[in-house]
Design a protein. Structure first.
Lengths: 198, 73
């Protein structure tokens, strides 16, 4: 600041220098504004995950990744859509639903612990075997991982459109719950470092 | 400056790292956390975690039981 004052005093005597000086000041101001705008566009230390699959093994992967990212100080958001909505179910009910909604509620798992394996489910036999192996190796189950993620401050967001499609009502899901659409997700994802689709 | 011990033996990924991240919040800057784990993935994980979070990994002993010493920065 003092240098500027000195320069000012000198340039006041010399109009040519004054003009050059003013020009430089304007350029610096312009560059500062451009830098501010660029910094706003940098990806933030955040992770978003679209949880599309409702299969047990994929849900485990989703929640393990989100918990770990949170443990590393990242801001994590999980956006649950389609089959993935099962992970948010707390308890299902049939009242207040149309017949097609009741039918789909019946056909879908009522709780994440009932999620099947994506491969080798073998009518539930494969899943039972995997759960046996997991217990032996002290690996937690899906419900535990969901709670772990929640406790680590991971944000859960439910897709309102597919909720409507799958006949799921807000009171059947974990509380508190945030609802949004694809636009909100994409706005969030556009500034996050890592975006995954599981 | 205090030393806190954290037993993460027989916990599988990501539980040890989760416990470390929770414990680091409870202690004061300058305090030291000693973590024991049996999950072999803990060796590269704790190094990545310290690099990412900026806390200091003072030492890491490998073996059947891994021991990491971390200072909160």
């Amino acid at each position: 600041m003092e240098e500027r004052e000195e320069l000012r005093a000198e340039t006041e005597e010399n109009p040519y220098l004054e003009a050059r000086f003013k020009g430089l000041e304007q350029k610096i101001k312009k560059l500062k504004n451009e830098l501010k705008a660029s910094q706003k566009q940098l990806p933030t230390n955040a992770l978003t995950i679209i949880v599309f699959s409702g299969d047990m093994d994929r849900l485990m992967a989703s929640f393990i990744l989100s918990s770990t990212a949170a443990a590393m100080g990242m801001e994590v958001t999980m956006f649950f859509t389609m089959w993935g909505l099962v992970a948010l179910k707390k308890s299902v009910h049939y009242h207040g639903k149309t017949l097609p909604e009741k039918m789909i509620t019946f056909m879908m798992p009522s709780h994440p612990k009932h999620a099947k394996l994506s491969k080798m489910n073998m009518l539930g036999g494969g899943k039972k075997f995997l759960e046996f192996l997991m217990k032996k190796k002290n690996i937690q189950n899906v419900s535990d991982y969901i709670e772990m993620a929640r406790n680590m401050g991971v944000k859960f967001i439910a897709c309102s459109m597919t909720m409507d499609l799958m006949g799921i009502k807000a009171d059947e899901l974990l509380k508190p719950m945030v609802f949004c659409g694809a636009t909100t997700y994409l706005a969030n994802a556009s500034t996050s470092k890592i975006n995954l689709f599981i | 400056m205090s030393n806190i011990k954290l037993d993460c033996k027989n916990m599988s990924c990501p539980a040890p790292i989760i416990e470390v991240s929770k414990a680091i919040k409870e202690i004061n800057t300058g305090d030291v956390l000693e973590v024991e784990a049996t999950d072999q993935g803990f060796e590269p994980d704790i190094q990545a975690w310290s690099k990412q979070t900026g806390h200091e990994l003072i030492s890491l002993d490998v073996g059947d039981v891994l021991k990491a010493v971390i200072r909160k920065v």
